[in-house]
Ligand binder design. Structure first.
Ligand code: OGA
Ligand code: MN
Length: 214
């Protein structure tokens, strides 16, 4: 079933609602986190970087144990330099800064910085069930995935499938979240195993993590 649980962009402040959802369930889905114009501009930047050969096969693991394992994940990524954002990235990074401050003020998580990359899954590409926090590492605390796909339809596939972790949850897990343009999915990185199902068209996002000091 495709999950419809959504934090819509109505009257109350979107940052408050994300923080409340994170506190209550560990997961937030916020539609229209950024404007359609910014979604299109970021998607265009992905297309340009792709054409310039600026994407690499994503690997799994960390540091010296990084491995290319296309049977586990075969998305392509382009790491972003948050200190030198492009003019198109800057407004999104400013929104993330606001979100980071809201989370720190309300949930006392001590989030320190954001690291992230553009991601492109070509048709048929997927990412097997995994946790976002590396074994033996505390750094990645909150995952933030912003989808950049124009007019995504359920039949395009490519859902983010979120599974139950070891803690009990009030969420209807497992659940599938479609990668709709402008939708921001935020979750506590070590709480939910998750996977990316394959799609029939290119699937684009800006994926990243708020980290604590290591
Ligand atoms: C990841 C990931 C989910 C998505 O990059 O670690 O799980 O929906 N992405 O793109
Ligand atoms: Mn992940």
């Amino acid at each position: 079933m495709v999950q419809t649980l959504t934090t819509d962009n109505g009257s109350s402040n979107k940052f408050d609602r994300i923080v409340n959802d994170l506190a209550e369930t560990g997961l937030s889905i916020c539609d229209d986190f950024i404007s359609p114009l910014l979604v299109n501009s970021l998607a265009l930047e992905i297309r340009e970087l792709w054409q310039e050969g600026e994407f690499r096969h994503a690997r799994i693991g960390k540091g010296t144990s990084l491995q290319l394992r296309p049977e586990i994940r075969n998305d392509r990524i382009h790491w972003l330099d948050t200190d030198n954002p492009s003019p198109v990235q800057r407004p999104y990074f400013l929104e993330l800064e606001t979100l980071r401050n809201y989370i720190n003020r309300s949930l006392f998580m001590g989030l320190f910085e954001f690291e992230g990359h553009f991601t492109l899954y070509p048709p048929g590409a997927s990412y097997d069930v995994h946790y976002d926090r590396f074994i033996g590492s505390l750094e990645r605390v909150v995952t933030c995935i912003l989808y950049l796909n124009h007019d995504w339809q359920p039949e395009d596939g490519g859902a983010l499938k979120i599974h139950a972790g070891s803690e009990p949850s009030s969420l209807p897990l497992p659940m599938q979240v479609l990668p709709l343009g402008g939708r921001l999915v935020t979750f506590i990185s070590d709480r939910f195993p998750h996977e990316v199902l394959s799609a029939s068209r290119d699937r684009m996002s800006l994926t990243g993590w708020f980290r604590v000091r290591s």
